[in-house]
Each structure stands twice: as structure tokens, then as C-alpha cells.
Design a protein around this ligand. Structure first.
Ligand code: FES
Length: 172
């Protein structure tokens, strides 16, 4: 049985079913929208103390948003710099002092810096300053932490603030 194809002229027709199921369209959507633009990732108020964190999918990436001991929110790719495991497996929680990868215990500060790793002092060529979590640009606005995983993020002012102002008639 198939759905009727004739649509009243005053109704906007829906997308074809393939738009909802085609893996290639899904990939393009992730790449061109969610991985290319700023995304409202979490409500700032939900991360209300040092070490509180959320992990969120942004396109095909997973991002940790965490509040530091200095009160600032930061975002990082949820990818360990050792062997690429997912560092933080929980959707939310509180990291007391650090974030530790469960695979081989590389340990990162709330600011993303690598603070400890087993046998690190036996690897003189590994500079811990080079192996922090990869930061993701983050902006707080309208009560949300916005992140962008694009290599070259578009202007937040133009593409978010400007667009919201336009749609809400300058209400922000
Ligand atoms: S992959 Fe994270 S410590 Fe090895």
C-alpha cells in the first residue's frame, strides 16, 4: 500500500521517504549541517559546578563539555590522544579533578591538558603539552553552550547571533 501522492495545493508537500532513511543523505546532513555550524550543545545551567560534564554528539563527533575549576565551560573532542579511545563514556556526571581514559589511564585535567600517563617519564620524546584533549570552540549565549566542530568555524556573530536576531526581530 502506498501513500496518496496528490497533495492539496495549500499544503506543503513532505519530503520523500528516502530523505529519512538513506545513509548517504544522513552522512551529508551530518557533514554539511551539524559538523559545519555552531550547535547549541548543552544548557549552561546544567553544568553548575566544577567538574560537571556532559557528552554530546555533534554530527559524527562526540564532544565533552565540562566546567573547569575556574568556572569556565570548555569543550573537547571525546577522543583520547593515546590510541583514540572514547575518553568519557558517561552521558553526564561530575569529574572530581580529572578525566581519565579507561583504556590505558591517560589522565586529563578539566582544562584538557594531559596531566598523567603510565610510564610517561620513560618516553622522553613525548611532550605532555602536545597531547592534551583537542579543544572544540565554545561560546556561551542565551543560556546555552554552543560548540562547533568545523576546522574553520563560521562567525558566531553572523551565523548565530545575527540569524537569531533576524528571526526574533532583534529580541536578543
Ligand atoms: S587509548 Fe586512552 S589511555 Fe590508551
Amino acid at each position: 500500500m502506498s501513500a496518496p501522492t496528490d497533495v492539496s495545493p495549500s499544503l506543503i508537500s513532505t519530503l520523500p521517504g528516502l530523505s529519512y532513511t538513506d545513509p548517504e543523505l544522513f552522512r551529508q546532513e551530518q557533514e554539511r549541517i551539524f559538523e559545519a555550524r555552531w550547535v547549541a550543545a548543552v544548557r549552561s545551567a546544567d553544568l553548575d559546578g566544577p567538574g560537571t560534564f556532559r557528552t554530546v554528539d555533534v554530527g559524527r563527533e562526540n564532544v565533552i563539555v565540562v566546567r573547569g575549576r575556574d568556572g569556565l565551560l570548555r569543550a573537547f573532542l571525546n577522543v583520547c590522544r593515546h590510541r583514540g579511545a572514547r575518553v568519557c563514556m558517561e552521558r553526564s556526571g561530575v569529574a572530581r579533578r580529572n578525566i581519565q581514559c579507561g583504556y590505558h589511564a591517560w589522565t586529563y585535567g578539566l582544562d584538557g591538558k594531559l596531566v598523567a600517563a603510565p610510564n610517561l617519564n620513560q618516553m622522553p620524546d613525548v611532550d605532555r603539552g602536545d597531547y592534551g584533549l583537542v579543544p572544540v570552540p565554545l561560546r556561551e549565549w542565551l543560556g546555552y553552550a554552543w560548540v562547533c566542530v568545523a576546522d574553520e568555524p563560521p562567525s558566531f556573530e553572523d551565523t548565530v547571533v545575527g540569524a537569531v536576531d533576524e528571526r526574533l526581530g532583534g529580541a536578543t
